[in-house]
Design a binder for this molecule. Sequence first.
Ligand code: LLP
Length: 419
Amino acid sequence: MDHFTITNGVMHAEDVPLPRIADEVGTPVYVYSRATLERHARVFREALDDVPEKLIAFAVKANPNLAVLKVLQRQGYGADVVSVGEMRRALAAGIAPENVVFSGVGKTRTELAAGLEAGIGQFNIESEEEGLELAEVAREMGMEARCTLRINPDVDAGTHDKISTGKADNKFGVPITEAGQIFGKLANEKGVKLRGVAVHIGSQLADLAPLENAFAKIDELIRSLRGAGHTITHVDLGGGLGVPYKQGEELPSPAEYGAMVARMTKDWSVKLIFEPGRVIAGNAGVLLTRVVRVKRGIKDPFVIVDAAMNDLARPALYGAYHDFTAVQPKGTDMTANIVGPICETGDTFAMGRLCDKLETGDLAVFRTAGAYGATMASSYNSRGFVAEVLVDGDKFAVVADRIDASAIMDAERVPEWLD
Ligand code: LLP
């Protein structure tokens, strides 16, 4: 459920009519709803009520906007980060360092040291090599890094190939077949305190079965590690729960996910860490755009909007579907190709889409754009970076300025030997 609804013929974010935001901030612009973020955070937390000890660490990559992180920090959320940049954002939003988890397959030495320096709660080590390097860095600093070892369980998550992470040939984690041996080696290493394991098999999961399968493998691994004399106190179950992108699409609910987790982990006696991203932020945001013009096509017309693949990359990158609706529906519809202004055919949001009738100057939204939206933007075609707005009841604030193409150009230089 979200708070983007049509009231008196006009789409509102909570109590703010979207045309007001378009007038004051311009388009394209990402619009987030605080009430929706809070609702999703609460629903996910309540779904895990039966898990006695836990940390819910929002996957910052899904939406790193500082105001969004602040909303989640106020809900008691920690942060799952994958770079120093994300770590700094989480800390700047007031998230306590001990509630920060550092994931990622290519943490640099500088990043490992920065994480230690900041006193973050947990590193999820993705390889033996990384574990040894972290141990060395920690020893040099006279510190001890609290860690889990990320396991690649060799499970097909059944999602898009580019966002699957738990198959044996994916780059993430250590093969489950070698986990015991690598765990044994790193557990003896001074500088790291290896206290458990982590797993994350992919994103936008539409079925709980692969997750359950992965957790069953982790269950077996925990028993075997304990059998070998290791102390296991922390298990990170990652994120991945999918969200509906189409009206009426049925996905496993947080409650169903929570019940499965509680059932699979009831004998573990560990603190569980969760890293949800999309399920919290996805449906809490829309990308508001204006129709530049409607161009006749051989078959369907092209609705050319002022948002493009540089602002919302998911359709071009993954063939992803985003609902596209008018802000002021006229009560009639059309079949159209929805495209942006960028000079490549990949800048297509949808072909042959049945949508609200739209004309030049009309406003429309791409829904479910709160996760992996603004954060994946680029400045391709020298288009600058899109602005972001957070709505709260009847007020809103610009929470990220639009960065003009000229500001990006200002950071470039022609060397004098070229002049
Ligand atoms: N934890 C780890 C270690 C991850 O790699 C990810 C996502 C998450 C948690 C959060 O997953 P979520 O709950 O959001 O599914 N750009 C892609 C999604 C990439 C996901 C990468 N990892 C997209 O737009 O669909």
